[in-house]
Design a protein around this ligand. Sequence first.
Ligand code: ADP
Ligand code: ZN
Ligand code: MG
Length: 478
Amino acid sequence: MAKEDYESVIGLEVHAELSTKTKIFCSCPSEFGGEPNTHCCPVCMGMPGALPVLNEKVVEYAVKAGLATNCTISKDSKNDRKNYFYPDTPKAYQISQYDKPLCENGYIEIDVGEEKKKIGLTRIHIEDDAGKLNHDDYGRGSLVDLNRAGVPLIEIVSEPDMRTVEDVDAYLKKLKSILQYIEVSDCKMEEGSLRADVNVSVRKKGAKEFGTRTEMKNMNSFKSITRAIEYEIGRQIEVIENGGEIEQETLRWDEVSGRTFSMRDKENAQDYRYFPEPDLAPIRLSEEYIENVKNNLPELPESRKARYLAEYKLTEKEARTLTNSKYLSDFFEASIDICGNPKAVCNWLLSDVARILNEKELEPDEIPFEPKDLAELIGLIEKGTISSKIAKDVLEKMFEENEVPSKIIEKNGWTQISDEGAIKAVVDKILAANPQSIIDYKAGKDKALGFLVGQAMKETKGKANPGMLNQMFKDAMK
Ligand code: ADP
Ligand code: ZN
Ligand code: MG
């Protein structure tokens, strides 16, 4: 059978670090980084006898995430110990949630091409993060940094509802954007605040049963997730095609060699000996509490997108691209509040700004200027101070220099020439140098006009008002 006769099935377990000020069971800061072992206390260092106290904000953030992803919120939930030994976990257990998670049975809507799909969420639960092992720089052994130990996480477990890497990409982007909209996580993948365990299996098209899955843990970039899934699908099909069987195992993706390696198989699967955390009371939430969190949810990407379609007459694709990033769509709104031109702001953000971000490998929240600066640039084009061609150069400079557009234009002498006398002089000069074009134009070759305007633009380094040039050339050649 060929590759095309198989279908892949993918489910994700996504860990998101919550952006609460303090850790989940103590009052240490949960902030990223810091000198090793400076954000620690007896609780998060796992000292015997230290007692955890649940951070109320963590519950609130998890409930927010659950409501924003259409989950049912449990009124009766609890924490459990997940026991395992590893040097980054000084307690020798993680406090997670086993059989009574805070949120269950949700879904997220994704757009893949023209298609809309619903990806089911099995559950969202809260747990504490582990510390970090530093293997680098120290030839012998590893050093443990417990700053991250006890940072609150939510784990969002999806149903095995994804079928392609495009589904996975859309799902992760949507999830990330929802978490950013509700401001519970900054979702910085490069800082590890959003990481995914990726479960992959394949089956013959039309088969009812799922195939055996493998799991790749702790993936934290879109690119490696896509590559790893594609590799793993190929590998599994090959094993089956060669008459073999897929083993349920945990794999490690190696970015350099571009392949997966076995970490541990089912035989050696851990028994976590889950039991209820005896040092914490069950989490009981009232209807009123849940309603209150619900009523205070901000606008979510889906409804913002719908609003953009209706209010600003953007296309589906424009609205989707803008609202995918909370930062970008906040930027968009702040900018149109000032210049009042949604189409122009949208065009600039999605074409030139997006292109420069892409070239510089920057995220939207790294745009070095403010919404008011883009609004100013658009205003200057509308007023005729600069041509839209020059505006592109101004934008490039806005990424390089910490200056407002008007300053950049002034410094570079880029103000558009709209003085009639000055333009007339250029027109005369160009006409004198190109007699053949005049003959061509009079013979009905409109292209000649374009050529002349182009020459005049060249002469003025793009600063002449193009509308005036056009008119004056026409008048002169009548
Ligand atoms: P754990 O990894 O802790 O054992 P589960 O067995 O509940 O947890 O599964 C975890 C993830 O694996 C879920 O996201 C689920 O959607 C996904 N999954 C389960 N079965 C399959 C399968 N056959 N193929 C792909 N993904 C699967
Ligand atoms: Zn602490
Ligand atoms: Mg798992």
